[in-house]
Design a protein around this ligand. Structure first.
Ligand SMILES: [Zn+2]
Length: 454
């Protein structure tokens, strides 16, 4: 017998109940009430579960309760190029887009995140200015193999490298031998290497005319460059039994080898991005460098194959590769304009608009944009609506439409490839650890936390 009362938090079933006729759970979308306690999902209850006394109930009606999206490919550029994009603006765009956790890429900020001192600088820059949770990828450069283990221990989620020029001088690419050596180091401590996969020899051999014609730009970044790099990564992942992730896959020719490698047990995964799935080369106007990214947006037939690969699981996730720059760097010349498309706020409606037209469901969307990216990065508390996870949600009206007005978006510069498009799916509110951080255009103060690999 004991004279101690049970702890108060055990007696209290929830702080909050979120009720919707459409809750997207890992099993299926169904009517349910989600009980939240101390920022976590306590239980997923039947729709008509009684509301305990003293518990606030938010009835969302027919709006969809999605897990907060997880975007593992974001370039925030802060500090150093914060005039391109910064933590405050990027994470507001994330919150407005239903994204509750993101992982920042190691390049474009100064310093790049290629050592533990730089990681500390990044964390300090972010700490008080983030509206959603933020973690960091490290960078693998030709000269920093000795830093990788310390960065891993300091909590980065993995290491990014390039095989071709990155676009910024301070982040050089690895050659094949350096790739093999860095991958061996990363595999040695069970880490993950994430790779911008374009083969520099194929890029050097491609015609490079420059200028305003999109067809010329597309010819300068051929599928062969991606195909060759993916083949190399498959071979190295197999040889070293290492975990490798292909970033922003665009070439559908690489899908067959990727699928075969995965069937054979090679530890390789892949992502693609909203722009490859919703925009086509055929429709890019000449001089419209808001559509420039590397690898490039390809033809409609290529896009159809990417959708099939998402459906069959060859491609795991859809993440933004949000990479803004000031408008003046988006010159009309595709060869020299900054490459990067800003879609942190628009990925959800862009993908949902195309996905529903192709017969995909909200369950698919949640898997591609929340569950799979969380699994990729090892974010065990994020990505699905289930007991024990963080109470991170996006509340979506999937039938409402919005017409994209670049100047109304939250990221730093009003440049977007989606300007003027009418999209389905309006994010009504976004919740982070049980608190509503965004609703109908209004934000709370920054409540994001820094994330580390656990
Ligand atoms: Zn990127």
């Amino acid at each position: 017998m004991t004279d101690r009362a049970p702890p108060r938090s055990t007696a209290r079933p929830a702080d909050l109940l979120l009720r919707s006729t459409r809750v997207v759970t890992p099993e299926r979308t169904r009517p349910a009430s989600v009980a939240v306690r101390d920022g976590r999902i306590a239980r997923v209850l039947p729709y008509d579960a009684p509301v305990p006394a003293g518990v606030r109930c938010e009835d969302l009606g027919d709006d969809v309760l999605l897990p907060g999206l997880v975007d593992t490919h974001v370039h925030i550029n802060d500090p150093g190029r914060a005039h391109w994009e910064g933590f405050w603006t990027a994470t507001r765009a994330a919150a407005a887009g239903g994204v509750t956790a993101l992982v920042d890429m190691p390049l474009n900020s100064l310093p790049p995140t290629t050592g533990t001192a730089a990681l500390r600088v990044k964390r300090e820059a972010a700490r008080t200015r983030i509206h959603v949770d933020v973690g960091f990828w490290g960078g693998a450069l030709p000269g920093n193999r000795d830093e990788l283990r310390a960065l891993h221990d300091a909590g980065v989620f993995g290491f990014k490298c390039f095989l071709s020029p990155s676009g910024v001088d301070e982040f050089p690419a690895l050659d094949e031998e350096q790739l093999a050596r860095s991958l061996a180091v990363v595999a040695g401590f069970g880490g993950l290497l994430i790779v911008h996969a374009e083969d520099p020899r194929e890029l050097a051999d491609a015609p490079a005319r420059g200028g305003a014609a999109y067809a010329d730009f597309l010819a300068s970044r051929p599928r062969a460059a991606e195909n060759g790099a993916v083949a190399l990564l498959i071979a190295e992942a197999r040889r070293l039994h290492a975990r490798v992730h292909v970033l922003h896959l665009s070439s559908s020719d690489a899908l067959g080898p990727l699928a075969a490698a995965r069937r054979a047990g090679v530890r390789i995964t892949a992502e693609t991005c909203p722009h490859y799935l919703t925009l086509t080369a055929e429709e890019v106007p000449d001089g419209a460098t808001e559509f420039k990214c590397c690898p490039p947006i390809r033809e409609a037939a290529n896009q159809d194959a990417l959708w099939r690969a998402l459906a069959d699981g060859t491609v795991d996730c859809v993440v933004s590769d949000h990479s803004p720059s000031p408008a003046e760097l988006k010159t009309a010349d595709f060869a020299t304009a900054w490459g990067g498309i800003s879609s942190l706020q628009l990925g959800l409606p862009a993908i949902w608009t195309a996905a529903r037209a192709r017969g995909h469901t909200l369950d698919d969307l949640a898997r591609w944009m929340a569950g799979a990216p969380a699994r990729l990065a090892g974010l065990g508390r994020k990505g699905v609506i289930a007991a024990g996870r963080d109470a991170d949600f996006a509340v979506l009206d999937p039938d409402a439409t919005l017409t994209v007005d670049a100047s109304a978006l939250q990221h730093r510069h009003p440049v977007t490839a989606y300007a003027g498009r009418t999209l389905h799916g309006v994010v009504r509110s976004t919740w982070l650890r049980g608190q509503r951080i965004y609703a109908d255009g209004e934000f709370t103060g920054p409540r994001g936390r820094l994330l580390s690999r656990s």
